[in-house]
Design a protein around this ligand. Structure first.
Ligand code: NAD
Length: 493
């Protein structure tokens, strides 16, 4: 199969209608390693038409849930079979380490199994209408044709958090991966076919946000658009979806606080743990994580010791191609992402931040940037308010619990945050006051397929994972059956 046959419509792999192609770069070497079809509006319309036909006339929406669940479990098995290959592909394309790529595959397999289990158990309910003559049930049905748009940082994972519940619920879809990291989504669509998904249910268009994503968002035959990506594109998607009154789900950015109280660090062991996790929170995948703990908010009495150790350890992080053994952090995904990171660090320094680690590119090829710690930051700075999406950690300090909460909530986003405290009551109190969709206490980053993921504020609308993550892809219908109909006699004549 030609590498350029990456558009999947009605079960067939195609080139772009225009014949256009795009080179896919390995960000560790800034060099092309694959070529894909550069789809456009015509390809998108064809994919939507295929998904529409499969929904309106095909079997999938009416396939018993047990069979749909069985298919999802087969997909999970195939993902595990191809774990190594997929992990390496993701590493090459998105720049993450191979081990992170493998972990992503494991998480994706878990998500497919989770939604398989959930959909057979979440079966609607009988409602007591107060009369033996009335049979009242609330049932769930698929929404229809779903447009699924995903970003470049967790390409396989983000696509799967949408595809698994969409299929479980009986929808058909068109997925549009990020134009710079489409390869693992192409591989996933192949696995869906191998698992026996009928043609036309899963369609894929590789191509740019505009026109492919924009067309999905405003297409009258698309019933739902689920978007993960940046705030600027997300607001465009929401506007474009308005005319056709689509269901809209948005998973957007974050500027995530990691609040550390001095009582979290009462001995060497707890100090080491909190520092280690703060490093992980900020720098895993070079900070290109929507939930990255990029704002360290640390109690003043602990701050100097904490930041000194954090900076020391940040300087030790081993950068390199994610496919190399022993590498801890890969590159940024693109030249654009690197330039953006450099610009944010320069603006922070101009605004008075103090550089404690990093702040530069290492020598050599690839889009690498050293993990960077910026001390003496405050919430008026752009680097504190805006999402950098690079390996940049800002440090702010507080004296009281109220001050810590006020700082942590002072963001237009609200995706995730961490609280570190040795006093369980304080940790729970602060967690309860944080306006963020996920709050970790004495931890950072783990998520569970059973627990909802999503944001408050400008971090988005709706939830992925958990029961709410399935509900996004279902319509709810009340069926009220009168078993003994009689005239109402409201109208006398
Ligand atoms: P992006 O917004 O540039 O692109 C995301 C996707 O949207 C891509 O597929 C892109 O082609 C498409 N797109 C761009 N313009 C569009 C338009 N006008 N209409 C429709 N689609 C369009 O984001 P990115 O740079 O790929 O990803 C990084 C962003 O994603 C960060 O802000 C990050 O926080 C966010 N993100 C959020 C989550 C979450 O769970 N909340 C997870 C991962 C990433």
């Amino acid at each position: 199969m030609s590498a350029q046959l990456t558009i999947h419509v009605a079960g067939e792999w195609r080139k772009a209608a225009s014949g256009a192609t795009r080179e896919i770069l390995d960000p560790a070497h800034a060099a092309p390693f694959a070529v894909v079809a550069e789809g456009g509006a015509e390809d998108t319309d064809a994919a939507v038409a295929a998904a529409r036909e499969a929904f309106d006339g095909g079997d999938w929406p009416r396939t018993p849930v047990a069979e749909r669940a069985a298919l999802l479990r087969r997909v999970a098995g195939l993902l595990e079979r191809d774990r190594e290959e997929l992990g390496r592909l993701e590493s090459r394309d998105a720049g993450k380490t191979v081990e992170e790529g493998r972990v992503d595959v494991d998480c994706v397999a878990d998500a497919f199994r989770y939604f398989a289990d959930l959909v057979v158990n979440e079966t609607g309910r009988v409602v007591d209408a107060g009369s033996p003559d009335i049979h009242s049930v609330v049932v769930h049905e698929p929404v229809g044709v779903c447009g699924l748009i995903t970003p470049w940082n967790y390409p396989l994972l983000q696509a799967s958090w949408k595809i698994a519940p969409a299929l479980a619920a009986g929808n058909t879809f068109v997925v549009k991966p990020s134009e710079i990291t489409p390869l693992s989504t192409v591989a996933l669509i192949r696995l869906l076919s191998e698992a026996g998904l009928p043609d036309g249910v899963a369609n894929l268009v590789t191509g740019p946000g505009d026109p492919v994503g924009a067309r999905l968002a405003d297409h009258p035959d698309v019933d739902l658009v689920s978007f993960t990506g940046g705030l600027a594109s997300g607001t465009k998607v929401m506007r474009a979806a308005a005319d056709s009154v689509k269901k809209v789900a948005l998973e957007l950015g974050g500027k995530n606080p990691n609040v550390v109280f001095a009582d979290a660090c009462t001995d060497d062991g707890s100090f080491d743990t909190a520092v280690d996790q703060a490093l992980n929170a900020a720098f895993i995948h070079s900070g290109q994580v929507c939930s990255a703990g990029s704002r360290l908010i640390v109690e003043e009495s602990l701050a100097e010791r904490f930041v000194a150790e954090l900076a020391r350890r940040a300087e030790l992080i081993r950068l390199g191609p994610g496919t190399d053994d022993g590498v801890e952090c890969g590159p940024l995904v693109s030249a654009q992402q690197l330039a953006k990171t450099e610009e944010y660090v320069a603006s922070a320094l101009a605004e008075g931040a103090v550089l404690r680690a990093g702040g530069k590119r290492p020598d050599g090829p690839g889009y690498f940037y050293r993990p960077t710690v910026l001390d003496r930051c405050d919430r008026t700075m752009r680097v504190v308010r805006e999402e950098v999406f690079g390996p940049v950690l800002t440090v702010e300090t507080f004296r009281t619990e109220d001050e810590a909460v006020a700082l942590a909530n002072d963001t237009e986003y609200g995706l995730a945050g961490g609280v570190w405290s040795g006093e369980p009551g304080r940790a729970r109190r602060v967690a309860a006051r944080l306006r963020h969709g996920t709050v970790w206490i004495n931890d950072f980053h783990p998520y569970l397929p059973q627990a909802e993921w999503g944001g408050f504020g400008k971090s988005g609308i709706g939830r992925e994972l958990g029961p709410a993550g399935l509900a996004e892809y279902r319509e709810t219908k009340h069926i009220y059956q009168n078993l003994a109909p009689r005239p109402v006699r409201w109208f006398a004549g």
